[in-house]
Design a protein around this ligand. Structure first.
Ligand code: URA
Ligand code: SF4
Length: 239
């Protein structure tokens, strides 16, 4: 929807992602399927260097089948805009794709049942940067430590990727201190994006990766030569 295939690589990725999203919409792998209105696979730009991973759909998301379209979503969209990022230019998904009843925490078995979809989304989109929103998403890439300790940290997670841990937007909306932290933590993103785009561009030209690239020393580094964050990427500068 938000991403048009523009060449062969894009078209293949587009087809795989559409297939995955279609599978999620009819998934019955865990009991959350029973109470959902619509599953929420995720949406955004498949070519993005950034992927946001939240917890699970809430009331509005369940009704619309789209991630982060309620109050938390408005907040996230606004905070992105403040640092020069259009929501349409990133990919956004959740740890579980169906709404837990009364917005309760997802159960370990639900997270596990849904895990393969997220794995495939990461493989196919191949983002350089994964932003975790909240504890459940953080736990996948930051196995230990609390969110109050870890938020704002950028961690090398292998395969040329970094993860940035952030508070969940709903937590930020509940607590002014966490809102301030959210606002501060997101400010690192334009710089990470600029580095990722430069690294991919250099790799595409067959050059050594520039200093500060997401993961210059990683033997698994897999450049995505088709990536972009937006048409306005020239706004992002490296210092
Ligand atoms: N909260 C989430 O974690 N995800 C959404 O999509 C919406 C609210
Ligand atoms: Fe399937 Fe995930 Fe929905 Fe469970 S939460 S039914 S595993 S899509």
């Amino acid at each position: 929807m938000l991403s048009e295939p523009t060449n062969e690589g894009h078209a293949a990725k587009h087809a795989l992602m559409q297939q995955l999203e279609a599978e999620v919409r009819v998934c019955q792998r865990c009991p959350l399927a029973q109470n959902r209105t619509l599953a929420v696979p995720g949406e955004g730009n498949y070519q993005s260097v950034v992927m946001f991973v939240g917890e699970g759909p809430g009331f509005e998301e369940d009704r619309k089948g789209r991630p982060f379209v309620g109050r938390s979503g408005k907040f996230l969209t606004e905070m992105l805009k403040r640092v020069g990022i259009q929501r349409e230019d990133v990919y956004i998904t959740n740890v579980v794709k169906c709404r837990p009843p009364e917005n309760r925490d997802p159960l370990p078995q639900e997270v596990e049942a849904c895990s393969d979809y997220l794995t495939r989304q990461v493989e196919q989109i191949n983002p350089r940067i994964i932003v975790t929103l909240g504890r459940f998403s953080m736990r996948r890439w930051f196995p230990t430590g609390s969110i109050t300790q870890l938020h704002g940290q950028v961690r090398n997670i292998g395969r040329g990727r970094v993860a940035l841990a952030m508070f969940h937007p709903a937590a930020a909306l509940r607590n002014p201190q966490w809102e301030a932290e959210f606002s501060k933590d997101i400010q690192v993103l334009p710089k990470l994006i600029a580095r990722a785009i430069n690294a991919n561009a250099a790799a595409a030209r067959g050059e050594a990766l520039p200093a500060g690239a997401p993961h210059p020393g990683d033997p698994d580094y897999q450049p995505d030569t088709n990536s972009s964050v937006s048409s306005s990427q020239s706004e992002f500068r490296i210092d």
